[in-house]
Design a protein around this ligand. Structure first.
Ligand code: MIC
Ligand code: SF4
Length: 645
């Protein structure tokens, strides 16, 4: 029986467990990446492990999320990350060099290698045939220290692409179609592998758009084969030597198959407030818009920017619309500057932003009250833009640029002939914004520079025998990490200060939660299905940890968040019967007994006694050998420390 591409790469990297779907496997990690919003914590954790130099083939620290620097906090974090990177053997991509995923694809990604990143859109690397997975900062720290990364051996879904995209239909529409079919929960426990004749019609930046936004499916990752097109891309980046051909075997067996005829797709948009709320322009109607933002790790490649510039050429942005454009990397921005297209954008009235995440993470450009904003980004969760009642639509660069001109949601096909242009064969290569680590012999002399906003990891303790406390919060389905630990210009500067950032935990849902939880001392949270979807931010586990949360009891979890809870030593519990969700309310007093004993004895079913109502609620705490030991130790940091002894 042949193998899928996913299985081939995983098989090459497995160091623990067997390739049996649904079971836990440990894989060797070749490369890691961090960004600044998750990076400070990841490096504090790496330091706490006491490993002098990273053991990966390549580790890169990017600064791209917090680049506003309205206060000393971000600047201090950047300086700290830069100094840690220098000392411990990590490449440092300076602020201004671009968004981590875009730069990593351009300058570091290698087909067939494994990459984990402390950012959920790490699967962008799947665009060149990597197994690239988003993970919590602590998992990345462990991988930098040479430890394996653990995942559930995934099911593999084949997306068979046939045909060719029609003019004005984009890679973004492909992933929006997949989201429409599979939903934001549909990818959990799966890798999405793209195959078929249609693959050959897609360039690397287009493939990367698709794998990037595969994160919104909840998938472990997404991957394209590595072929001649991949080779061309790497050649244009001056890195042809890292190319290897990679594809699934002809007779590979998949767990699920989805067929998409590219030639049948039409321009689509994800409507407020979920990436899977996908409709065509016809279905939505030509609504009036207030803002257009082009950029983010999903759509900020040179290809996307050139499309946008050609659409804007000789036109003026509608007077009722604010258009901002953030090219994804210094390379892209500089090439646009050199080929004159930057000037075309400026001429049309675009507001050019720094090559960084910017508005995608709520760092500026919040829309006006109730404003309609079209964005080429990947997430439109409520409030993420910084405007609570903002109406965010996720669209292709083509639709964004067309609509910026007309002032209404526009099917780009209405613009007539699609402009034609060719991508350069050679990209502009200048890595002078990437700082190399110190040589091994000099690393001892590098001083780590810490600012006053950088506070240590919260305290943890080994798992207790009994939890007796209140339910401090009850929430519904599809709670995102943007609900649990919001981002944005006010809160992001606190990413290395857990006590301070905790004051914002869940405030989107309940202003009083942080105070209430802290006052209770110990408590649990109850939630619905797909709890913790979205970002990889471990702050969504560390802030609850700091606020005394001992367990989270839900209908189901999103993958990375569940791992982050375990890493933080918080018990992840699921209802045996989902209907029992109704048997527990906020404020109820609960009790769970014999926890340590039962978990040590591999019992997966525990009982939550609702002392307020008298109900006995069976819950699952499914932990495998290693995750069990992590929970018993009080979290991954304690576990790793114990195991390094
Ligand atoms: C995001 O898009 O939500 C982020 C910001 O990139 C996060 C990481 C973070 O919260 O720092 C992600 O996707 O993992
Ligand atoms: Fe940055 Fe947005 Fe991409 Fe997250 S999704 S890495 S915030 S550009």
């Amino acid at each position: 029986m042949g193998l899928t591409l996913t299985e081939k790469i995983l098989k090459n990297h497995i160091v623990d467990g067997e390739m049996v779907k649904g079971t836990e496997i440990g894989i060797r990690i070749d490369q890691t990446l961090t960004q600044d919003a998750t990076g400070t914590m990841a490096y504090l954790e790496f330091e706490a492990m006491g490993v002098p130099r990273v053991k990966t083939e390549r580790s890169v620290a990017y600064i791209d999320h917090n680049t506003l620097q309205n206060g000393f906090e971000n600047a201090d974090d950047h300086r700290f990350i830069g100094s840690v990177a220098k000392k411990h053997g990590i490449y440092f991509s300076r602020p201004g060099n671009g968004i981590c995923h875009q730069v990593h694809l351009e300058r570091f990604g290698v087909p067939g290698k494994t990459l984990i990143g402390s950012d959920s859109h790490t699967p962008t690397g799947g665009g060149i045939g990597m197994i690239a997975i988003g993970a919590g900062g602590l998992d990345v720290a462990v991988a930098m220290g040479g430890g394996a990364y653990y995942i559930t051996c995934p099911k593999v879904v084949k997306v068979e692409l046939t045909g060719k995209l029609q003019p004005w239909v984009a890679a973004k529409d492909v992933i929006l179609e997949v989201l429409r079919i599979m939903s934001v929960k549909g990818g959990v426990g799966k890798v999405i592998e793209y195959c078929g004749e249609g693959v050959k019609t897609l360039s690397v930046p287009e493939r990367a758009t698709i794998t990037n936004m595969g994160a919104e499916l909840g998938a472990t990752t997404s991957i394209f084969p590595s072929d001649e097109i991949t080779k061309q891309f790497l050649k244009a980046q001056g890195r042809e030597e890292v190319w290897v051909p990679l594809a699934a075997d002809e007779d590979a067996v998949y767990d699920e198959v989805i067929n998409i005829d590219l030639s049948k797709l039409v321009p689509l948009a994800a409507c407020p407030h979920m990436p899977d709320n996908v409709k065509s322009v016809k279905e939505i109607g030509n609504i009036k818009i207030d803002q257009v933002c082009i950029g983010s790790c999903t759509n900020s490649s040179l290809l996307d920017m050139m499309k946008v510039a050609h659409i804007l050429k000789g036109k003026t942005v509608n007077p009722d619309v604010s258009l901002s454009i953030a090219p994804g990397s210094k390379q892209v921005l500089n090439m646009l500057a050199k080929n004159g297209l930057l000037s075309v954008m400026i001429d049309a009235g675009a507001r050019i932003l720094e090559s960084a995440c910017g508005p995608c993470i709520g760092m500026g450009q919040s829309p006006n009250s109730n404003g309609v904003s079209l964005r080429t980004f990947n997430r439109n969760f409520e409030g993420r833009s910084g405007t609570k009642d903002g109406q965010i639509y996720l669209v292709s660069p083509e639709m964004a640029a067309a609509s910026a001109i007309t002032g209404i949601l526009t099917d780009p096909r209405d613009l007539g002939e699609m402009p034609e242009f060719t991508l350069p064969e050679k990209f502009d290569i200048n890595d002078n914004m990437i700082v190399l680590p110190a040589d091994e012999k000099d690393m001892d002399s590098v001083e780590i520079l810490r600012g006053p906003n950088i506070k240590p990891y919260p305290e943890t303790a080994p798992l207790v025998e009994e939890i007796s406390c209140n339910v401090s919060l009850k929430v519904g389905d599809n709670i995102t990490t943007d609900h649990i630990m919001p981002a944005g210009a006010k809160i992001l500067p606190l990413r290395s200060n857990i006590p301070a950032i905790s004051q914002h935990c869940f405030t989107v849902c309940d202003e009083d939660f942080p105070r209430r939880a802290k006052n209770l001392g110990a408590s649990i949270i109850v939630g619905g299905a797909n709890y913790g979807q979205g970002s990889s931010r471990e702050h969504a586990a560390l802030a609850p940890l700091y606020l005394g949360i001992k367990a989270v009891l839900v209908k189901s979890f999103a993958r990375i968040h569940r791992a982050n809870l375990i890493n933080a030593g918080i018990l992840p519990l699921t209802f045996v019967n989902e209907a029992d969700y109704d048997k527990i309310s906020q404020g109820d007093q609960i009790e769970i007994k014999n926890i340590r004993n039962d978990i040590s004895a591999d019992k997966t079913e525990l009982t939550v006694i609702n002392k307020t109502t008298g109900d006995s609620i069976p819950v699952l705490c499914e932990l495998t050998g290693r995750t069990k030991d992590i929970i018993l130790a009080g979290g991954l940091l304690d576990y790793t420390r114990e195991n390094l002894k």
